[in-house]
Design a binder for this molecule. Structure first.
Ligand SMILES: C[S@@+](CC[C@H](N)C(=O)[O-])C[C@H]1O[C@@H](n2cnc3c(N)ncnc32)[C@H](O)[C@@H]1O
Length: 283
């Protein structure tokens, strides 16, 4: 395993997705229930944009699992659901989640790497990957691999971080930079601050100004200061990479603008400046 992949695995093993949003003890039934409620309230567009029921009679592969919330949605409808994740933690959580909902007959999670999938050619009808592939350094390899394991006319649904978004331009590149300079000043005067900003300052001390560079800073501002790889893409870049991997893009939608407004208003604003770029593509 190359060093970067090892770092990515360590990061996600230590930061099981969603764990810190829920109070119930992990991995109880209540924990998973609370997480699902939280997830589909915050990312409310998922239940309207993703047609889980389209999995009926189909073999579904999910790449990158977290604690398997979306996996349980797919497994409820699919002929078979297979989840693959780089980390033992996510595989264990997803299998527990499937088992607690009685979905472990058709659904299972296994350990694996999106850059070199262990599945046969043309094995799946649908491949779904939400908030995952921007965390690999070799996204093109993952698209090639996904194309390989999809059946002819199979569908790929992928969510990647969007560059044309409020989050990228205004929150990360403007506000978080100003806020970081404030954190440096607070640190200079030994004034206590939240772990988030303490960790940014700690990393800055280790890596120097490169940590704050135009290209590096955004990596540390989406999934936490210690996340080393979080790429953010334009629609054009995503289209190009997908077509180079042999896909035909069918539709692209921007989503996710959590501002405490009504779902309808958030969805409207998100359609042109949301941080989640969801793409539907055919093999
Ligand atoms: C931000 S979480 C997203 C999880 C889930 N899809 C969601 O929307 O909550 C990223 C997940 O992708 C996994 N991951 C990252 N790189 C991967 C790779 N190269 N192959 C497989 N899984 C990977 C991580 O272990 C982690 O569970």
């Amino acid at each position: 395993m190359d060093k970067s992949l090892e770092q990515i695995e360590t990061f996600w093993n230590d930061n099981l997705c969603g764990n810190h949003f829920v109070n119930a003890p992990y991995p109880s039934r209540e924990f998973f229930e609370e997480y699902r409620t939280f997830r589909y309230k915050k990312t409310h567009h998922l239940n309207s944009y993703i047609d889980w029921a389209s999995a009926k009679g189909r073999d579904v592969l999910e790449v990158g699992l977290g604690i398997g919330a979306d996996g349980t949605r797919w497994a409820k409808h699919a002929s078979t659901y297979t989840g693959v994740d780089l980390t033992d933690e996510a595989v264990h959580a997803t299998n527990k989640h499937l088992q607690l909902l009685g979905l472990d007959k058709t659904g299972k999670a296994v350990k694996g790497n999106a850059e070199k999938l262990q599945f046969d050619d043309a094995q799946f009808d649908i491949v779904y990957s939400h908030g995952v592939l921007h965390h690999t350094d070799n996204i093109k390899n993952t698209f090639n691999e996904i194309n390989r394991v999809l059946k002819k006319d199979g569908q790929f649904i992928v969510m990647l971080y969007a560059k044309q978004s409020f989050n990228y331009w205004l929150r990360i590149q403007v506000w978080f930079r100003v806020r970081f300079l404030i954190a440096l000043i607070l640190n200079l005067f030994n004034i206590n601050q939240s772990d988030l900003w303490k960790n940014h300052v700690r990393n800055f001390k280790k890596k120097g100004w490169a940590y704050f560079s135009w290209n590096d800073w955004p990596h540390h501002c989406t999934d936490g200061p210690d996340c080393d790889v979080a790429n953010i893409y334009t629609r054009k870049e995503v289209k190009k990479m997908l077509s180079e991997a042999g896909f035909k893009v069918q539709e692209m939608k921007q989503a996710h603008f959590p501002a405490g407004l009504s779902e309808k208003t958030e969805q409207k604003l998100a359609s042109f400046m949301g941080f989640h770029l969801i793409t539907w593509a055919k093999k």
